[in-house]
Design a protein around this ligand. Structure first.
Ligand SMILES: [Zn+2]
Length: 317
C-alpha cells in the first residue's frame, strides 16, 4: 500500500499569504495564513511563504509531492517568474518565484497568476468539461479576470490576457487608472474607487470621517444612507456593463463574479445583473436568464488554493 500523498498550495497576495495542504482528492486538509511582508523585498515574501508551507505540512512533510502557488502579478507559467507586477509587493517584478520556493523547500513547484488559479479552482469543482468558455471577474482592489476557453486558460501572446478592468468606460471620462491610462473601468469601479467616491461626498457632510468599503456596505445595507447605496449601484452598473459586453463578445457558458466588492451587498449585485442584462444582444437575452449565466464564486478564497493544488499536480517541476 502506497502512503497517502499530498500537495501544498500557496496564495500569495499583497496583504496576506495563505498555505494549504491538499489531499489526493483535492480536499483542503490543513491551512495556515500570515501577513505578506509586501513592503520588504521578494526574499522576505518567499521566506514567509515557505515557512507557511512548513507550518501546514507538519509531520506529513515526507508525503508532500509538489507545491503550486498563485501570486499577484503577470506570471510566465513555464518558468514561474514574475514578468511584471504592480507595487503591491515591493520588488516582485522579475522574481523567480518557482526557483525561490524550490530552493527553500526542495519540492517541484508550479506558479501561476492568482486570478488564473482562482478560475482553475472553479473549473476543477464546478464547470463541466464540455463548457467552451468560462470567465472569472474579480472586483476588489482592482478589477481583474481570467478567461478559460475549452477548459484552458487563455493567456494571450504576452501572457497578459484577462485584464478586464482596463477597457474604456463611457462614464470614466479622464479618471486616472492604476495602469497609467485614463478612463478605464477599474478607475471608477475598484473598491478604492468606490470608497473615494463615497468619501468625496461625505467631506461635505458635518459628520463625515473617511470610511472603508465595509462601512459603505454596512451603511447601504441599512437603507438609510442613499449615497452609500448609490455608490455601490454605480460600481455594480460599471462592472455589469463590462460583463454584458464580454458576454456579447464571447457568449460564455458561465461568468463567475468574485472579490471583496462583489460581496458588498444587494445594491451592488443587483445593479450589476441589471446592467449586464441591459447590454446583452437580444439573441443571448432570450436564450438564458442572466442570473444563470452570471453567478457568484462558490469557493471564495479557497478557489485559488484548490487551483494552485491542481497546477501542482499537473505541472510542478
Ligand atoms: Zn487601466
Amino acid at each position: 500500500v502506497n502512503p497517502p500523498q499530498f500537495v501544498a498550495a500557496l496564495d500569495i497576495g499583497g496583504t496576506k499569504t495563505s498555505a494549504a495542504l491538499v489531499d489526493a482528492a483535492g480536499r483542503i486538509v490543513g491551512r495556515a495564513t500570515g501577513p505578506t511582508p509586501a513592503g520588504a523585498d521578494a526574499d522576505a515574501v518567499l521566506d514567509t511563504a515557505a515557512q507557511l508551507v512548513r507550518d501546514v505540512t507538519g509531520e506529513r512533510g515526507p508525503a508532500l509531492v509538489a507545491l503550486g502557488a498563485g501570486t499577484a502579478g503577470v506570471v510566465d507559467p513555464g518558468s514561474g517568474r514574475i514578468l511584471s507586477s504592480t507595487d503591491a509587493i515591493t520588488g516582485w517584478a522579475g522574481t523567480d518565484v518557482a526557483g525561490g520556493l524550490r530552493r527553500r523547500l526542495g519540492l517541484p513547484v508550479a506558479v501561476d497568476n492568482d486570478v488564473h488559479v482562482h478560475l482553475i479552482g472553479e473549473l476543477t469543482t464546478r464547470a463541466p468539461a464540455e463548457f467552451s468558455c468560462v470567465i472569472l471577474v474579480a472586483v476588489g482592489t482592482g478589477v481583474g479576470g481570467s478567461i478559460a476557453l475549452g477548459g484552458r486558460i487563455h493567456r494571450g501572446r504576452r501572457s497578459v490576457a484577462g485584464h478586464l478592468g482596463h477597457v474604456p468606460s463611457p462614464t470614466a471620462g479622464a479618471t486616472p487608472c492604476s495602469c497609467g491610462g485614463v478612463g478605464h473601468v477599474e478607475a471608477i469601479a475598484s473598491g478604492p474607487a468606490l470608497v473615494r467616491a463615497y468619501n468625496r461626498w461625505s467631506e461635505h457632510e458635518p459628520a463625515g470621517p473617511a470610511v472603508d468599503l465595509v462601512e459603505v456596505a454596512a451603511r447601504a445595507a441599512t437603507g438609510a444612507d442613499p449615497k452609500a447605496t448609490s455608490v455601490l449601484e454605480d460600481g455594480g452598473t460599471e462592472v455589469g456593463r463590462l460583463i454584458g459586453g464580454l458576454v456579447n463578445v464571447l457568449d460564455p457558458d458561465l461568468v463567475i463574479v468574485t472579490g471583496g466588492v462583489s460581496g458588498s451587498g444587494a445594491a451592488w449585485w443587483d445593479a450589476m445583473l441589471r446592467a449586464a442584462w441591459a447590454d446583452l444582444l437580444p439573441s443571448i437575452r432570450a436564450a438564458t436568464p442572466i442570473d444563470q449565466v452570471v453567478v457568484r464564486s462558490m469557493l471564495g478564497a479557497d478557489a485559488a488554493l484548490i487551483g494552485a493544488a491542481r497546477i501542482a499536480g499537473e505541472r510542478a517541476a
